[in-house]
Design a protein around this ligand. Structure first.
Ligand SMILES: Nc1ncnc2c1ncn2[C@@H]1O[C@H](COP(=O)(O)OP(=O)(O)OP(=O)(O)O)[C@@H](O)[C@H]1O
Ligand SMILES: [Mg+2]
Length: 475
């Protein structure tokens, strides 16, 4: 099937994860028949163990799988280049299509599944490219955040080792990618290594490579992560989880900038810029004897601390709108904005999961929301509760974009009568329709003429994906 659309390596590997193991196996068997190397896993745990040994190119996850969001996060760490596709469940309010590269409706027909896999691969490819592109610059206007970001850009041009700290989800990985993208190394690889995921027994070969025949199973030369990043950047993520053995290896390579592939008997130099990240307090770990002091001093050359989202209140709305537009484009869904009540809830919530939590909450609202205008009820319960009985706000308060706001104000003022609103704006009806379309608003989705001006009133419910799920395989 998808062989013509896939990577130059050919069809590649697909992992199918469904707590209904028979369904997972049936889908994997079908994928094998269409030319993929497919394997099935019956639980999140099994999938996570499997990708440790068998890195997949695509992971297809049943939306009803317990722990699906955690699995998506784990895949993002273990196999960041893998494309993820979620099959939405027909019933579940917990259709956990959060953060996947693509989503298909329940019981997808073969063609829908193929299209979904292609879309996920394309999104994953763009994701990889976007991360390296300067346009993926982290968003935010909070002064502390700006300062951190500007420091990052200033030192990007140097080869200095950078330690990025901050709570989980504050954007450390994003910042590391932005530093690489802004450096002279941008055209060379950025290799991401999650330090906790490296097995001690394979450390040397994993980091420094090996030559064929160095040990049983070493059938071919392998470059190792530092050599892969030669001329580029290595991003050592979750550095606090590095085992004592890994800490020793890192210290040596950081000091000497030389390494020895296993079995080669020769050392070689590498020109690799090192960026590290942690959400833990490394100094405290040094004091507790859990992190080597000499390695700490070696990595703590330039350190950049990212503030938690609760300390940057002005950025919440900016980020929320950015994630909303991106999720709507990705899901092919229409989205107009947030109600004032939803914005109030977002502003009050303390965001323990930081920007990642906000991103997931907004994606969820875009995917699951019934109206193109996100309301409090569309937010996860804990966040909705933070809003505390706000009155539903007027549409105009909820939208950011000035042109969109002007148009919606005119429509609202004239009871959603298109002709009157167009006259009010000094344009004709056709021009108004064109503008609405250009702003991503389907004129048909607006409240009917004569409607009152309440937020979200009269919005057309989003097209049901269940309508597309006529055919099914064995599920
Ligand atoms: N300033 C920002 N602008 C746009 N997107 C952001 C920003 N900060 C974070 N994000 C997004 O939020 C999500 C979490 O960010 P990221 O993965 O970089 O966090 P992290 O600090 O590395 O988390 P962890 O400690 O769990 O690894 C990502 O999808 C990232 O793209
Ligand atoms: Mg990270």
């Amino acid at each position: 099937m998808a062989s013509s659309r896939t990577s130059p390596r050919g069809p590649g590997r697909v992992l199918v994860v469904d707590d209904d193991r028979r369904a997972a196996s049936a889908l994997a068997a079908w994928l094998c028949r269409t030319g993929w190397h497919a394997r099935a896993a019956g639980s999140r745990g099994e999938a996570e163990r499997l990708v440790g040994r068998w890195s997949c190119d695509v992971c297809v996850i049943d939306g009803g799988l317990p722990g699906a969001p955690a699995l998506l996060a784990a895949l993002g760490r273990a196999v960041p280049a893998a494309a993820t596709l979620v099959i939405r469940t027909a019933t579940g309010p917990d259709a956990t299509d959060l953060g996947a590269d693509a989503v298909v409706g329940p019981l997808p027909a073969d063609a829908d599944l193929e299209a979904g896999i292609s879309a996920a691969r394309e999104a994953a490819r763009l994701r990889g490219r976007t991360h390296a592109a300067p346009t993926a610059a982290p968003l935010g206007r909070d002064p502390v955040f700006r300062q951190a970001f500007e420091t990052a850009l200033r030192i990007a041009a140097t080869d200095a080792t950078v330690l990025v700290t901050g709570e989980s989800g504050t954007g450390k990985s994003l910042l590391a990618r932005a530093i690489h993208a802004a450096s002279r190394r941008a055209a060379r690889p950025l290799v991401e290594v999650s330090c906790g995921s490296l097995a001690d027994g394979l450390l040397d070969s994993e980091l420094f490579g090996h030559v064929a025949g160095a040990f049983t199973g070493a059938v071919a030369d392998r470059p190792g992560r530092f050599v892969e990043a030669d001329g580029g950047t290595i991003f050592l993520d979750e550095i606090a989880t590095a085992s004592p053995a890994l800490q020793v290896r890192l210290l040596r390579v950081l000091q000497e900038r030389r390494l020895e592939p296993v079995g080669s008997g020769r050392t070689r130099t590498v020109d690799t810029r090192v960026i590290l990240a942690t959400h833990e307090d490394l100094e405290a770990l040094v004091a507790a004897g859990r992190f080597r002091a000499d390695l700490f001093w070696r990595v703590n050359v330039v350190s950049i601390e990212l503030p938690p989202l609760r300390a940057r209140p002005d950025d919440v709305a900016v980020l929320a709108d950015h994630f909303r537009t991106a999720a709507a484009a990705r899901a092919g869904r229409e989205s107009l904005g947030f109600t004032a009540a939803a914005l109030a809830a977002l502003a009050r919530y303390p965001w323990p999961g930081n920007v990642r939590e906000l991103e997931h909450a907004v994606q969820r609202a875009v995917f699951l929301g019934r109206s193109p205008l996100i309301d409090v009820a569309d937010l996860p319960p804990a966040i909705a509760a933070a809003g505390g009985g706000q009155r539903p706000g007027a549409l105009r308060e909820a939208l950011f974009d000035p042109e969109r706001r002007l148009i919606l104000e005119a429509l609202e003022r004239h009871g959603w009568r298109r002709d009157a609103a167009a006259r009010h704006l000094g344009i004709n009806r056709t021009a108004l329709y064109k503008k609405l379309k250009r702003l991503g608003m389907d004129p048909r989705s607006l409240p009917p003429p004569g409607s009152p001006a309440a937020a979200g009133s009269g919005s057309r419910p989003a097209a049901s994906s269940a309508a597309r799920s006529a055919a099914s395989r064995s599920r």
